[in-house]
Design a protein around this ligand. Sequence first.
Ligand code: PMP
Length: 404
Amino acid sequence: MKNNRSDFPIFSHSISRKPLYYCDNASTTHKPQQMLDALYAFYATYNSNVHRGVHAFGETTTEHYEHARTSVANFINADSSEIIFTSGCTESINAVATSWGRTVLRPGDEVVVSQLEHHSNFLPWQQLIHTNGIVLRSIPVLPDGTLDMAVAHSLITSKTKLLAITHVSNAIGTHVDLMPLITQAHAVGARVLVDVAQSIAHQRIDVQALDADFLAFSGHKLCGPTGIGVLFIKKELHEVMPPYKYGGGMVFEVGQVDATWLQAPQKFEAGTPPIAQAIGLGAAITYLLEHINFDELQQYEARLCARLIDGLHELQGVRILGPLDALKKNGHLVSFVLDRIHAHDVAAYLGQRNIVVRAGHHCAQPLAQALGYDASVRASFYFYNTIEDVDALLEALRELIQAI
Ligand code: PMP
């Protein structure tokens, strides 16, 4: 697979001019020149606010902003009105919990999550225990880091009002088999939110095929800028959901004590939106569609994972987390723990060699508790990674372990 590294300025500006072994793509991805050019063109040539000015600049900006919305909609097979721009995946999920959750959920209603969730798909629902009296159920993980599907099926009942589930775990890379869970949730009348923060950059996502009611992700994990997120809300839910923030750009009419709202998406986008970031995300999606074959990408990343897993197996005192056979087929990240060296020390040591990995609980403490580790080292790949990145990482680990 072509690695397209020459499109990414960061690789020619790496720290101290040393090669950069960037293996932290689950945190954020690098930015291609084409995306940076789109940001520059906005600020340098037509910068203005959206939906307001009747001047030509305002119209151009609005056209680009709405074009970005259409690009996102096409990318996930949604309608443009179903795409809400937020500041990130975290805000997208919080928006659903605040607007839909607080309005619709009653004491005793159940929300089902899983032990794989990132905190941003756990804490907003946990808060509803206190505000709405809901019951939060969590699908447990098995020791290999997959979900216990038998328990999952027993947790989704007529009391379930929402299944809020990750597609791919950011901490250990597990892919969740979504369809049986979504089908069951819909059969009991529940809504479904899918957190695709970790899958959207690595495989094609189709909201209609998934039949998700809500879908959330961040732009910065797929070559877009920070500060932009996407919330897909199925059209049939637009009426029942009140705005989750209030201000300019979203009202139809304002009276002394009440107001009426524009239709979605404006209803959910009070205030000046992240205009440059949305345009940047649109450009990032265009870049990916023009340069990346997603089927090849998944196989390529899995090969990098397989090489890393096999290499780690040869080292002393390394526990690799997650479903290893599956990661070798479809993974983009590998998480591991060294017996005698804390994950933070490992990451710091690697960092000195310009090998960038992430260490910690990866904002998934319930998972770390369930699997019995407090911090892991995580290497995560994208199309611009190469076998040299994996080998540099393995070589550095080998030396570190020998030195201890
Ligand atoms: N969900 C998952 C699975 C994630 O990996 C992340 C980011 N690590 C988030 C949600 C939150 O994304 P953000 O911090 O960009 O809002």
